[in-house]
Design a protein. Structure first.
Length: 546
């Protein structure tokens, strides 16, 4: 036999063990010169009949997973009755070794454990104790040869063994675990690789001939199917209506036989349920498969299905493993979707931040340079000396070049970590450059010196002020801008006031998009009001970001 012949095959193991136990006991009674006990002829008839039935169950267990599962409760009841009859007919004065009491007891409890768990073990134990007491009491009342001491000892053995089996089945036995594949690669870019690895793992773990996965394809109106038959993975697409309505409860595996209309459904809090009748499994029909195990799994994009066929000696023992594979696939696909969303969100945030930086620095600087070049052109036409202005423009271009290089370095390095800088010193340098560049008065008003803040916050405030001063100069035609900075218990407050044209009295002040986005990203608030003349921007930031 192959080494895998009895793997995951509870029905075959129990059927073979039952027949072997009956045969050994029959041979032992035939070879033992002592009498087998009361009713020796009936005992032989019982054992021979039981052995024939056990042999029939071997054939059924090896040929039909459906009938093996459906007959299991009835066979268990017959085993229990055989226990009672064997104990009665084999009972003799010195029959402890002839009696099949312990062997049948152990077989019944182990069978209940492997098939149904602790609940069935408990009921089997109660039934055995009750029947043993009834038989023992009946034999004693009829004056037949029986030793009360031996019966009492058996009851104690049965009670202890039952308790151990109930504990073992309830605490130790669970779904089969298997090392799931960990697909290498960058999270967010492994979706197809996860599907292929899961198919390969499912085929290998169950020695199956083929497996298929049907999953929704994101926002697209189709279902994607990957099919692995051991030679290649075939990718196919079909409309969502193909699988519409065929999805069962998530994480519940189903053993199906399309041609005979049979299915055994795994249940979370009870034993598997056998259902005759038509089977709704369009994925199996699409793959040209008759017998298979199918499991539905949930993902953020919608439900999917995993189909596995060609499993050697397929039976209900395979359902827990298939459910485990389905849960693993669901988790991995959801993680992949989350990683993809995180990458998209990170890329979008980076694009927005870069756009704001370019708008508030390069774009505004170029606009100011254009104004200065127009003024320089007028000076030249008027015969004035442009040398100083040209030198100032060259110095401004060098400073802006330095700002761009610093921006590029920040993008390459990523986070600035815990580095801090003096905000007042940074702003004094910036406002001096803005004053020269826009030819207006810009002054700083701050009662606190120095004011240490993080490098990241200093950069954001510099960009806000650059944008606000440029807007005041370009759109407000102001002559002076006052920037006030204060830090206290509520947090950091930044006020930017100008003496320009301000806003029309009958309209609400327009909120600069770039400044609003930066303030919102910092968790602060922005208010804009008339200054008569000019306008005032008031920005309040929480203490935690400083």
């Amino acid at each position: 036999m192959r080494a895998r012949m009895f793997a995951r095959r509870t029905g075959k193991v129990l059927a073979t063990s039952r027949a072997a136990m009956a045969l050994v006991f029959l041979i032992a009674l035939a070879l033992d010169p002592s009498a087998p006990g009361m009713g020796s002829e009936a005992m032989y008839v019982l054992l021979i009949g039981y052995l024939v039935g056990a042999a029939a169950m071997i054939v059924i267990a090896w040929r039909s997973w459906w009938w093996e599962f459906r007959l299991a409760p009835w066979v268990h009841a017959i085993d229990t009755l055989a226990f009672v009859a064997a104990v009665y007919f084999s009972e003799a004065g010195k029959a402890d070794f002839n009696s099949p009491f312990m062997s049948l007891t152990a077989f019944l409890l182990i069978s209940a454990t492997l098939r149904w768990g602790w609940f069935a073990v408990a009921w089997t134990s109660i039934t055995l104790v009750t029947l043993n007491v009834v038989i023992g009491t009946g034999l004693f009342a009829l004056g037949l040869p029986i030793e009360p001491y031996r019966y009492g000892r058996r009851l104690m053995y049965l009670g202890v063994l039952s308790l151990m089996m109930v504990w073992l089945s309830g605490e130790q036995r669970g779904p089969r675990a298997a090392p799931m594949p960990r697909t290498p690669g960058t999270p967010g870019e492994r979706r197809n690789a996860i599907l292929v690895d899961t198919l390969s793992f499912a085929r290998t773990a169950l020695q199956a001939k083929g497996a298929a996965i049907a999953v929704p394809h994101g926002e697209e109106p189709w279902t994607e199917m990957l099919r692995d038959t051991g030679f290649a993975v075939i990718v196919d697409r079909f409309g969502p209506e193909v699988l519409d309505g065929s999805f069962g409860p998530p994480d519940r595996a189903v053993l199906i036989d399309l041609s005979r209309g049979r299915q055994i459904i795994s249940r979370a809090s009870s034993f598997p349920l056998a259902l005759p009748g038509p089977v709704d499994a369009p994925l199996a029909a699409h793959c040209g498969v008759n017998e298979a195990i199918i499991v539905t799994f949930e993902t953020a994009a919608g439900p999917g299905q995993l189909l596995i066929w060609g499993i050697p000696d397929m039976c209900v023992d395979d359902l827990p493993l298939v459910e485990t594979i389905g849960r693993h696939l669901s988790t991995e696909l959801d993680r992949e979707d989350l990683a993809e969303l995180a990458q998209a969100a990170s890329a979008a945030a980076l694009r927005d931040a870069l756009a704001r930086d370019l708008h508030d620095s390069v774009a505004q600087f170029l606009a100011g340079t254009l104004f200065r070049l127009e003024a320089l052109s007028r000076w030249i036409r008027e015969g004035l000396d442009p040398s100083n202005e040209i030198n100032d423009l060259k110095a401004a271009l060098r400073r802006e070049q330095g700002e761009l290089r610093a921006m590029i370095q920040r993008l390459r390095r990523g986070e600035e970590g815990d580095r801090r800088t003096d905000l007042i010193e940074e702003l004094e340098t910036l406002l001096g450059e803005m004053s020269r560049h826009w030819h207006l008065g810009v002054r700083l008003d701050s009662p606190v010196r120095p004011m240490p803040v993080s490098i990241g916050l200093a950069h954001e405030l510099r960009q806000i002020i650059r944008e606000a001063v440029a807007n005041a100069a370009r759109h407000g035609s102001c002559r002076e801008v006052v920037v006030a900075v204060s830090s206290g218990q509520p947090g950091l407050t930044l006020t930017i006031a100008d003496d320009g044209q301000g806003f029309p009295a009958d309209t609400a002040p327009a909120r600069p998009r770039s400044i609003s986005e930066r303030v919102e990203a910092l968790g602060g608030t922005l208010s804009i009001c008339h200054n008569a003349p000019g306008a005032v921007l008031e920005i309040a930031l929480p203490n935690r970001i400083a």
